[in-house]
Design a protein. Sequence first.
Length: 179
Amino acid sequence: MKTINRQSGKSTPAADWANKDSLELIEHIIKRYHDYLRRELPRISHLFQEVAEGRLEQPPEFLKLKEIYESFRTAIEEHREKEEQVFYPLCHRLEANGNKISGEGDDVQGWTDELMQEHGEVEDALAWMSDLTHCFKAPADASDSLRELLAGLAALKRDTHEHIYVENEVLFPKVILLG
């Protein structure tokens, strides 16, 4: 798995993060993946609105796609907030206090298990959207807005998959060792 260095535009193997501490990795995740979600989710929602306004009749597949996306957006925004407001500060405390913390809500394994379960639910929603759209393939008569929407969803799926990989396979094991 490779990650893209936004400054240089070059791919960097995710394994390169194995030599960095969890705080550097968290900063990377926020800047690279969470900020992307902050920009992209509203843009995709706007594209759904444009597509809906441009069609006299909404096919059932489009309505289902929109429903799944809205549920996905709510879930991933809540998940991102949980990470930034609770889990990442816990990681900072672990690093700062030499792995010695104890308090309510400081169960690192419990947090990583919960976040990984949410990652699975997010990936399920992305898979359903992909299946519903035949891998985000636009029909021949698709409007420009629909083409842009499907391309945005495809990019969102790729980026989210990479994001989840970096957390599940790199960050969480590091943090579990700290806790």
